[in-house]
Ligand binder design. Structure first.
Ligand code: FMN
Length: 456
């Protein structure tokens, strides 16, 4: 039987997320990101489309690699201005019942103790619907904003992340016994002190001696997402990730990457089939193929090529303003993200990219593919993509906000549902239960469950 296809919506608390320049489109409302009504409407739309979740990206720096200044990013609203993603979550949770919230937080710049509490708070307020996209940051501007001089070396960031994870797992999973909170009015005991234990950690990068401040939340550890696909990134995902986000322009790039991630999960002693992998895609829908093609052409007239190259320069750490539009992109290794550079160089040896092609491609939906057509055409393309790459679902970008998501919910979801490839209804329970069907908490052999006392 064909596997069910899962949808995540990919957004960011900013104007131009993966489609720089499209904020100029007359129907685009992404400039309203500062207002709650914008997010509440989006959350309702996504729940109508039975999306598993909304994945909120975040970067703590500005895209200033292009030309050595933030000017191009600022002009084109390429992920700047950008507000905090976590603060949107309780409001969206209040108007939905099932939608999950995958929020990005850069652990390099977030001390583990307050971060662990913030995530526990969200897990409480959402009734166990929160996930964390674990990122280490690829922008030198973020490193400078945090007081550093340059990016921490690529693989070292993941080493620090491994230690960070051990620490936050212990705060979430180990500090409080499941029955520590008694709320016993008669005895005058809210929490039984014998059932709360301090976490003491002394490692290469972090020291801590504290009890977790939040009482146990439904999932304890939020659902763990990860999105780095370099060899070191895959090793990290193999150990920690429950869901992995990948992005690339073609099945030729994504298929082998998915296999490599599942192999890393197997090498870490976990079940590779149990990890949910989502690849990035943008779909442009119309009532007919012709209508959708016309819509795409019209969208393209609003793309900011400068904004696209500002994004690509930030992702790869390479200043594309120094190249001419007809130059071929050559592989460079540095401390920015490795996969973004691989996507347009060696990930598909049969495909050579010029700078112009990168600017045009990235202008709608970043480095992911753009699939255009009526509902049947798009559903065919999605089925073929999912079946040939082995992903579990898609991380869907918008071109025009919220039009792209409304059309997915109203045109595409019914078509995939009719084909038996999309859920007819949400199941109950936490985000983890919805994704994996078991309990709300992480189970062995995941490392979060490994050190947990039986009482916690
Ligand atoms: C779909 C997707 C979404 C991502 N979202 C973010 C994000 O919101 N914030 C961030 O700092 N990095 C984000 N990243 C970047 C990754 O976390 C990672 O830094 C990058 O892929 C480079 O890692 P690598 O060198 O191991 O491949 C994302 C990557 C992908 C593929």
């Amino acid at each position: 039987m064909s596997r069910e296809i899962r949808f995540n919506a990919f957004a960011m608390n900013c104007v131009g997320h993966q489609s720089p320049g499209l904020w100029r489109h007359p129907r685009d409302r992404s400039a309203e990101y500062r207002h709650l009504h914008h997010w509440l409407e989006l959350a309702r739309t996504l729940e109508r489309g039975r999306f598993d979740g909304i994945f909120l990206a975040d970067v703590l720096g500005v895209y200033d690699v292009y030309g050595g200044t933030p000017d191009a990013a600022l002009r084109s609203a390429a992920q700047v201005p950008a507000n905090d993603p976590l603060l949107l979550v309780p409001a969206m949770a209040a108007v939905t019942e099932h939608l999950g919230f995958g929020v990005t937080s850069t652990l390099t710049y977030e001390p583990p103790f307050p971060f662990a509490r913030r995530m526990s708070t969200l897990d409480h307020l959402t009734g166990g619907r929160v996930g964390w996209n674990i990122v280490t940051g690829y922008l030198a501007s973020a490193a400078r904003a945090a007081g550093g001089e340059k990016l921490i070396a690529h693989d070292d960031r993941y080493d620090i992340a491994d230690e960070y994870m051990e620490l936050v797992y212990r705060l979430w999973e180990e500090s409080w016994d499941a029955d520590a909170v008694r709320c016993d009015r008669q005895a005058g005991i809210f929490t039984d002190p014998a059932k709360v234990r301090p976490i003491r950690h002394e490692g290469a990068h972090f020291r801590l001696d504290a009890i977790h401040l939040s009482e146990p939340s439904p999932q304890r550890t939020p659902v763990l997402y990860q999105a780095g696909s370099s060899p070191r990134g895959r090793a990290f995902a193999g150990r920690h990730a429950e869901c992995v986000f990948v992005s690339g322009p073609s099945t030729a790039v994504i298929g082998p990457r998915v296999a490599a991630i599942r192999e890393a999960v197997r090498a870490a002693g976990r079940d590779p089939a149990a990890v949910r992998i989502f690849s990035m895609m943008t779909v442009i829908l119309g009532a007919t193929d012709a209508e959708a093609a016309a819509k795409l052409a019209e969208y393209r007239s609003h793309v900011s090529h400068e904004g696209a190259l500002a994004l690509m320069s930030g992702w790869t750490g390479v200043d594309f303003s120094r190249l001419s539009l007809d130059d071929e992109v050559r592989h460079v290794e540095n401390d920015a993200g490795r996969t973004a550079m691989d996507n347009i160089t060696r990930a598909d040896p049969d495909r050579v990219w010029t700078v112009r092609e990168v600017a045009e491609h990235v202008g709608i939906g970043g480095i992911g593919p753009v699939v255009t057509g009526g509902p049947e055409t798009v559903a065919n393309a999605i089925e073929a993509w999912v079946d040939s790459t082995g992903v579990d679902g898609l991380n869907l970008c918008y071109a025009v906000m919220p039009e792209t998501f409304e059309e997915i919910a109203d045109l595409l979801v019914p078509e995939l549902t009719r084909r038996g490839r999309y859920k007819r209804a949400y199941t109950t329970g936490s985000l983890r239960e919805k994704l994996f069907g078991e309990g709300p908490r992480l189970a062995l052999p995941h490392p979060a469950a490994r050190t947990r006392p039986v009482t916690a």
